[in-house]
Design a protein around this ligand. Structure first.
Ligand SMILES: *Cc1c(COP(=O)(O)O)cnc(C)c1O
Ligand code: SF4
Length: 343
């Protein structure tokens, strides 16, 4: 079982020929590849969509002027360490800033990793819990990070026990890549810990390519669903990974086949050193429109942009309706336009 965590380990694992400038990249942005991901990488394919997500490249050293360390403005909405409170009824709780893998396009890449913001201390966690308890408008707590499922079941259960006592919190949601990249962590103890708040529990699975649905990942999804966790998806639209309609269709169908409801398809954020992953919004809109006609309504994600500066997410699927004063033009999935109400 090899975990790749350094530039040298990339060479040893046969993922790159030589280190070149990759140790410079590694100083800025953490490297992390799990055994499950190593198994998925096709070393014979120089454009392998799995390798592209996890194996660092020199291109990351190029930071564009529009890119920012805090691309979605989390820091401006953080009342206490570990909490982001941007929308009235829900908060992010970021207990850890480590992940089992480090995605090369990560929007929090300046905050995660061994050099990142670290794990909340005892007093910081107390303050975060006090904040949630003191704000009765908080209906949902979203555990993200980092990846909250790197915590042991015992520690997660400890967090859940504290949330359980806060009456106004009705929903606990986890955002994680673990079921795909380290599926062996999803065992009975983990599922029990996730459910232990007694609240309605959702988990958003992050996956970007249909090949990520390995037999072990499918098994992990099944354990979660059968254990009572409602499953949602989260993907990032990425150049060279999933920016064609066949791949996106297979990805979304893969989620639905595993009882995971497609939720968000994110337009890539302006994270530093990630311009090689970005596609244009118009290109994204065309892909999403093509999905609408091609595959089941169950498989349709919402295409969202997190507006830089902390203004939150917005749906950027192409406008399907225009007009006003009771007279509209609506567009169908082939691009055909129709008057509503009909003339
Ligand atoms: C994305 C995000 C959420 C969750 O938004 P939903 O639309 O409910 O999925 C909540 N808080 C912050 C700060 C976010 O960035
Ligand atoms: S798992 Fe999420 S937070 Fe961690 S590196 Fe990947 S995108 Fe970033």
């Amino acid at each position: 079982m090899t975990f790749v965590k350094s530039a040298k380990a990339l060479v040893d694992a046969g993922l790159v020929q030589d280190i070149g400038t990759l140790d410079v990249v590694a100083e800025r942005y953490a490297i992390g590849i799990t055994p499950a991901v190593l198994d998925l990488i096709d070393r014979a394919d120089p454009e392998d969509p799995i390798a592209r997500q996890f194996v660092p490249t020199e291109a990351e050293l190029l930071t564009k002027p529009e890119e920012r360390a805090d691309p979605i403005g989390d820091l401006s909405h953080s009342p206490v360490e570990g909490i982001v409170h941007r929308y009235p009824d829900r908060v992010l709780l970021k207990a850890v800033h480590v992940c089992p893998v480090y995605c090369r396009f990560c929007f929090r890449r300046e905050m995660v990793g061994p050099q990142g913001l670290g794990t909340l201390t005892g007093p910081e966690l107390d303050a975060a819990m006090d904040y949630i308890a003191a704000h009765e408008e908080i209906w949902e707590v979203i555990l993200t990070g980092g990846d909250p499922l790197v915590l042991s079941p015992r520690r997660l259960a400890g967090l859940m026990e504290r949330l359980a006592k806060i009456e106004h919190v009705k929903i606990v949601r986890f955002h994680t890549r673990v079921p795909v990249v380290e599926p062996e962590r999803i065992d009975e103890a983990m599922v029990e810990a996730l459910m232990s708040s007694g609240k309605t529990t959702y988990l958003a699975v992050h996956a970007n390519h249909p090949r990520e649905f390995s037999p072990a990942a499918r098994q992990a999804f099944k354990k979660l669903f059968d254990g009572g966790v409602a499953l949602l998806s989260q993907s990032v639209l990425l150049r060279g990974v999933n920016d064609d309609v066949e791949t996106l269709a297979a990805l979304m169908r893969g989620f639905v086949e595993n009882r995971i409801k497609p939720y968000y398809l994110h337009h890539p954020d302006l994270a530093p050193g990630t311009s090689h992953f970005r596609i244009g919004i118009e290109e994204g809109q065309a892909l999403v429109a093509a999905l609408r006609g091609r595959i089941s309504g169950l498989c349709q994600p919402t295409y969202v942009l997190d507006i830089p500066g902390g203004h939150g997410k917005t749906d950027i699927g192409a406008a399907k309706v225009s007009g006003g004063d009771g007279c509209f033009t609506v567009r169908d999935w082939r691009g055909g336009e129709h008057a509503y109400p009909p003339e």
